[in-house]
Each structure stands twice: as C-alpha cells, then as structure tokens.
Design a protein around this ligand. Structure first.
Ligand code: SF4
Length: 434
C-alpha cells in the first residue's frame, strides 16, 4: 500500500507508533520528549521538537518524508531553513542523508512500528468513493467532537474570506473605506459576476464616486458606463434614460480619464441568471447604496444588524424597476434586493469586514459580533447543507451552514480526514482498544 505523507504526519503528530526500544536507522538510542509543533508554513514539518539521541539532548526541527531520498529531491540540503533539523522521520529509509558538514542526519523509520489496522482503516476511509467518506461512521462520533470541528472549519472559512479583505486593504494602502466599497461591489456580483464587479470598483475609485454621491443618475452613469454596459451598436436607438446616462458618462469619463480602464460587455454574465440577478439590476442597487451611505465602513460594521437589514432593503432606480436590460423591459415590477441577498451581504461582506477590522485593531468585540451575527442569521440551503442534514448534522443558523460548507469543500472532498477532528476520532478507535 502506498503511504501518503499526510498519514506519516498524522502518526508523528499523535505519536501513534511503537516507541519501545526506539533507535534511529544509524543505531542511536532515541527518546522523544516532544514531537514539536506542526508547521503549516514553509520550512520543516514540525518546529521546536525535543529528543534525546544517545543520552544527548537536542532541540530543533523535524522533517517528514515517505522516502528519505526526498530530502535531496526537495533540495533541503541547499536550504538554510533545514539546517536545524535534528531528526528525519521517514517511512522508507532508502538513502542516507548528510548535513552540509557531512555528518549523517539521524533518521527514524516508522515503517515497522505502526499498526497495520490503523493504516488499513485510514486507507478504507479515504478510498470510499463518496463526497463525505465517513458518512457511514459519523454517527459514532460524539457531538462535542463534531462541534469542535465545526468551530475549526468556521475559523478556516473566516480566515480565507479575510484574506481578500487584507489583499484589498494592502492594495489600498490601508484605506478601509475604499476596501469596504470594493468588497461590497464584489459581493454585489453574487458569485457569478463577482470578479467583474470587483474589477469595476477597482477602475472607479471611491473618491470619484463620492464627488457625485448626491446625483443618482451620475452614479449609475459612472458605474454602468465603466462596466461597458452603455455601449450601443449603430442600429440601436437608445431610449431617453439610456441617452441621459450615455451623455453623463461621456462627460465624466472624459473628465476623470476613465475610458482606458473600462470593462466591456464580455466581462458580464447574464446567461442562466434570474433576471433579478442581472448585473444591470445589481449595479443600480449598488449605486443606490453609494448614494445613500456616505461612510460605508462605519455603516457596515457599526450599524445594529436589525437596522442594517432595513437599510439594505434597497430598491434600484425606477428605470431598473421596469427593465432587466436596456433592450428588455419587464411586464412586472423588478424587485429590489431580496431577503436572501441581504443575508448573503451579511455573511460575505459584513462578517469578513468585522473579523478583519477586529483583528487589525486587536479588538475581539468585532469578532464576537461577527460570530453572534452568523448565529442570528438563518442557514443557507443548498446541496451541501442538505447532505449534512441527511447525516444528522444540525444546520440551525449561518454559523452551522458556513462551517459545514467549509468542512465539505476543503476537508471531505479533498480527503483531508487526518486534519479533521471527526476523522481523527474515528481512526483513534482501533489503537485505544488494542
Ligand atoms: S473530512 Fe472529516 S467529516 Fe469529512 S469525511 Fe473526512 S472525517 Fe468525515
């Protein structure tokens, strides 16, 4: 059976191997006092371990490889970050590894020291052709373990979402207001047009928006024009509203020299979208928010959720209440921002901003506010949460659904069961009963 490095990592981390009369491949007596701290970043796999080799105490790092020869294949012998490795932990010791000074790197092989049952159970778990490999066993796991895993998954999800906030913040030289605007624009793309909406906000700085905040027509002209959605072919005769937008945009784009960065129609997706989600409608709704709210960051992170919810009940301009596109009018009134879209903005804009702002300013009250907000919002209903519900997992609020989506997407489908508290608990059973 082919061993994965992830499995080696797991047995080293939890020390699930026979430690009696431990010796290195070079014959040195080995005692492990601390396996070190797992390192998710560049450098050795475990940091600050403590071992005794032939009665001499060593503090340093541990590097793991399925085959010892990977040390050279990965060019660790040339990397100063690996100079303080005190023990090489391998499955197969297929090559003797030397430090720069030609001394041999002490190596421990775990091949004959681990439980075949444990390995077999691990292989069986991850080889199951299901999107949630443990679905037949998860009911054996205590609720407290599942809860702790959901906390971990949610934390990871918030960290991932925060990375976009920090990236924007860095691009904006620490300007939180500009960052809040760009993140809100990104959110108004509702996934399918998010990249284009973000691009649009990047080409249309908030300082220009602010100068025209009190003129909704100019705001729409700037946003729709910059999005490339005002262009017409020669045969089209624009209606009067479109003609006014074109006139405004022609003047403003020239004034601010915006034309070079403008997007075009090919950046936008209309196909398979509900008409209420068309970018034309979403851009008009965003324009309404920019018209109504002068201080976006303050509004998003300091307004009480029940008030914010009301203020987010945005209705687009009257033209876009009767049209889906410039070419297509609607027989029924086009609705404003709906309940699920508002909840989506809470989850994907307000929560990441609260967490990022709280972390940056070292104020945990913002992070507590973000968690409380997620717990107060209803859960998302989609294929993933539906699957978990069928397995008996509680999906009572957005905290649960966000955590379960993360668990599914970034642990289960990637077979990262050894990084999951549920998987670790399931695999621990045969060893403890031995
Ligand atoms: S990652 Fe965790 S929850 Fe998902 S299948 Fe593996 S053990 Fe189960």
């Amino acid at each position: 059976m082919k061993i994965q490095e992830e499995y080696l990592h797991y047995i080293w981390k939890f020390q699930y191997f026979d430690k009696q009369n431990l010796t290195t491949c070079q014959g040195e007596k080995l005692i492990i006092l601390s396996p070190g701290i797992s390192n998710d970043h560049a450098g050795p796999d475990f940091l600050n371990a403590h071992v005794i080799l032939n009665d001499i105490s060593w503090h340093g790092h541990i590097e793991l490889h399925v085959e010892a020869s990977a040390w050279q294949a990965h060019k660790h012998h040339l990397d100063p970050a690996y100079e303080n490795v005190i023990l090489h932990v391998v499955w197969d010791n297929d090559k003797t590894i030397q430090h720069k000074d030609n001394t041999i790197l002490p190596t421990l092989s775990l091949k004959n020291r681990t439980s075949p049952t444990l390995l077999q159970q691990y292989q069986e778990l991850i080889q199951v052709p299901r999107t949630i490999p443990c679905e037949n066993q998860i009911h054996q796991v205590a609720d407290i373990v599942k809860t702790s895993m959901l906390d971990k998954a949610l934390f990871q999800r918030l960290t991932n979402k925060n990375s976009l906030v920090y990236q924007l913040l860095a691009n904006n030289q620490g300007d939180w207001e500009e960052t809040a605007y760009q993140l809100l624009a990104y959110n108004f793309g509702f996934k399918i047009n998010s990249a284009a909406m973000l691009e649009l906000s990047l080409t249309l700085p908030l300082k220009i928006i602010k100068k025209h905040r009190n003129q909704p027509l100019q705001l729409e002209a700037l946003l729709l024009g910059q999005a490339g959605l005002l262009t017409t072919n020669n045969k089209e005769i624009p209606d009067s509203y479109r003609a006014s937008l074109v006139q405004e945009y022609t003047y403003l784009s020239h004034k601010y020299q915006l034309n070079t960065a403008k997007l075009s129609k090919i950046h936008w997706k209309f196909f398979r979208l509900r008409p209420a989600n068309f970018p034309t409608i979403r851009i008009s709704q965003l324009a309404q928010i920019l018209h109504q709210q002068e201080h976006l960051l303050d509004w998003l992170i300091h307004t009480r959720p029940e008030i914010l919810r009301n203020e987010l009940c945005i209705i687009q301009s009257s033209y876009w209440q009767q049209h889906y596109t410039f070419e297509k009018s609607s027989t029924r009134k086009v609705p404003g921002l709906g309940v699920s879209s508002i909840e989506n903005i809470f989850i994907n804009t307000v929560v990441p901003l609260l967490v990022a702002y709280g972390k940056s300013h070292d104020q945990s009250s913002y992070i507590d506010g973000a968690i409380a907000l997620l717990q107060s919002l209803p859960p998302e209903h989609n294929n993933i949460t539906h699957k978990w519900k069928k397995l008996g997992m509680q999906v009572e609020n957005a905290f649960d659904s966000q955590a379960l989506i993360e668990l599914f997407n970034n642990f289960c489908t990637q077979k990262k069961c050894l990084n999951c508290n549920i998987g670790i608990t399931l695999l621990k059973a045969p060893l403890t009963s031995k």
